[in-house]
Write a protein that binds this ligand. Structure first.
Ligand SMILES: O=C(O)CCC(=O)C(=O)O
Ligand SMILES: [Fe+2]
Length: 220
């Protein structure tokens, strides 16, 4: 495996945390798992590495255009996507089951760094390319059954900073907005996917591309 230096881990900083906002924990869960926790590490990948990594991923990832059938009409998904992972980590998105592409060095290196820093395993990554501000991802939760209960998701952003919104599934007064900068890591854990939705809204004025990598652990 090619070694890629992703920079100093001492720069990691936790600045955001949702705690005990759900009010809906089922009695089986206790302690930390009861909360929807979000932590943001603004410089997980150093600035000097970001542009090199962005260019490599833009070129090497097998970006694909997906379509969705909505009420009998075929609609293009407004971004390019690719799914990488260990053999067998099949994942359903855009209404289709996807088999993983084999790891490329850059993605594998980030996966290993995340596993060390966050002390949790990842066996796959969903890659999204937002070509400009017309590309987006609508409200959803990463709550597919393949991810198990309360999945731990590590989201790396490179390139154009984009807005990231969260809203509680049933309490509309609970909302959170943030910007995901280049080189940042956003960790979503606890009950985030159970009680919250997230989106990357369109920002029509934006002309520059962004790559987002969400590392996941597919179970079984
Ligand atoms: O692009 C992002 O920041 C979010 C991506 C996302 O929510 C997903 O891949 O499920
Ligand atoms: Fe998501």
């Amino acid at each position: 495996m090619q070694q890629i230096d992703l920079g100093l881990t001492s720069e990691i900083e936790q600045i955001q945390l949702f705690e005990k906002v759900d009010g809906g924990a089922d009695g089986k869960r206790s302690g930390q798992n009861n909360s929807a926790r979000l932590s943001y590490h603004p410089a997980f990948i150093t600035e000097s590495q970001c542009s090199h990594l962005f260019d490599a991923l833009l070129q090497k990832i097998q970006w694909a255009e997906e379509s969705l059938w909505i009420a009998g009409n075929q609609r293009k998904v407004p971004r390019l996507v690719a799914w990488y992972g260990d053999l067998g980590t099949n994942y359903r998105y855009s209404g289709k089951l996807h088999e993983p592409l084999p790891w490329i060095d850059e993605l594998y290196t980030i996966k290993q760094k995340l596993e060390v820093e966050l002390e949790t395993p990842f066996n796959s990554v969903l890659c999204n390319l937002y070509r400009n501000g017309q590309d987006s991802m609508g409200w959803h939760a990463d709550d597919e059954k393949e991810l198990g209960d309360d999945p731990f998701i590590a989201s790396i952003s490179l390139g154009q900073p984009r807005a990231f919104h969260l809203k509680h599934k049933t309490n509309p007064s609970l909302r959170h907005k943030m910007t995901l900068n280049s080189g940042s890591l956003l960790v979503m854990q606890g009950t985030t996917q159970r009680y919250w939705l997230h989106q990357v809204p369109k920002e029509p004025k934006i002309t520059q591309p962004r790559i987002n990598l969400t590392f996941r652990n597919i179970i079984g």
